[in-house]
Write a protein that binds this ligand. Structure first.
Ligand code: UD1
Length: 336
């Protein structure tokens, strides 16, 4: 049984589907702070089975300890539970340290060290990288937000924990930009309030839920002047977690603590994502060009050779397929 914290969130829920498809049993814990029980219903419809779920906040050590002691059959932990709004993290940094660092510490204190651990990290730890595509041993920069710093600190804690305990093995996956939704239409990205990320902003504005998109700057030193990112289908990202778990379970790690980029290796500009949306939806998107967004990185895309070679994983979906799935999800859920 694999413990999935934040298993009803966007990436966690898609990972649950892929783990169950591989015959794994899961135990989801989620405090529902940024998710809801419809996601659990969606997971049960997709997988055709009932799924173990406990509503619990990983910041609360006593119930977490109790839960872990009650499940001696745990064979792995995938830790998604964290707060992730970059803007909010600057306004309320303590919330981010408490949730993201405090939650991780509680988990590490309560699980036996011989249980493999996978951590949700982010390409944000590279900051404005010196060279592209970004490789795992690029210098780690001071993150631009408290959110980013919690990911950097989380990685450091795991590395130090693995040095202190010979039987502790962990992998951090550094996600690039996850987009899209499961093909069933039962789960997808459902940000609370107005989305900050590009693809949910595009799809929600296209159905008229929110005002038209503003492209944050078209005077960057890129081919079309807009920022470039590595957009990865969330199902491909979810599959990378299964691959990482298998690596840990099969004792294939080269070192006790490892990091992997998870992206497609392809960069796409904001205007290319808009063009993709227009292609797959057959709609023309109403948008305008605005000023740059404070803190935005110009270009970020991954070198994924390490994951391709060592995780026995590769991304399957194109940008158009990912954007199409995000659009289908929006159309299915326009009333939410
Ligand atoms: C953002 C976060 C990053 C986090 C990631 C999670 C910031 C500065 N960075 O990354 O730390 O790990 O989300 O997915 O918030 N864009 C527009 N108009 C919009 C929204 C976005 O033009 O209304 C552009 C942005 O300028 C950027 C691209 O779309 O070039 C992608 O933006 P976004 O989805 O917010 O992701 P990141 O900025 O890469």
């Amino acid at each position: 049984m694999i413990l999935i914290t934040g298993g009803l969130g966007y990436i966690g829920s898609h990972t649950v589907v892929e783990l169950i498809a591989q015959g794994k049993e899961v135990l989801i814990v989620d405090d529902l702070s940024n998710s809801n029980l419809q996601v659990l219903e969606g997971l049960e419809k997709i997988t055709g089975q009932s799924i173990n779920f406990v509503q619990l906040d990983v910041k609360e050590a006593p119930p977490l300890n109790e839960l872990i002691q009650a499940h001696p059959q745990l064979e792995g932990v995938i830790h998604f539970a964290a707060a992730k709004a970059v803007g909010e993290s600057a306004l309320n940094p303590l919330k981010y340290y408490q949730n993201n660092v405090g939650g991780l510490l509680n988990l590490l204190q309560s699980i036996p060290t011989n249980i493999p651990f996978i951590f949700s990290s982010s390409c944000t730890v590279y900051g404005d990288a010196d060279a592209l595509p970004i490789v795992e041993n690029s210098p780690i920069k001071r993150p631009k937000s408290p959110y980013g710093n919690t990911k950097k600190i989380g990685e450091e804690i795991l590395e130090e924990h693995s040095r202190a305990h010979a039987n502790f093995k962990a992998i951090s996956l550094r996600y690039f930009n996850p987009i899209g939704a499961h093909a069933s239409g039962y789960i997808g990205e459902n940000p609370k309030g107005q989305p900050e990320n590009l693809v949910p902003y595009i799809t929600q504005s296209a159905v008229g839920k929110i005002p038209p998109l503003t492209v944050f700057g078209d005077d960057y030193p890129t081919a079309d002047g807009t920022c470039v990112r590595d957009y990865i289908h969330v199902v491909d990202l979810a599959r990378a977690h299964v691959a990482a778990f298998n690596r840990l379970e099969e004792n294939k790690s080269k070192t006790a603590y490892e990091v992997f980029n998870v992206g497609t290796g392809q960069g796409h500009s904001v205007l290319e994502v808009i063009a993709s949306f227009e292609r797959v939806s057959g709609k023309s998107l109403n948008y305008s060009i605005g000023p740059r967004r404070e803190g935005d990185i110009v270009t970020a895309y991954a070198n994924v050779d390490k994951a391709l070679q060592q995780l026995n994983w590769s991304p399957k979906y194109s940008l158009d397929e990912a954007v199409h799935s995000a659009w289908q999800w929006e159309l299915n859920n326009s009333s939410r």
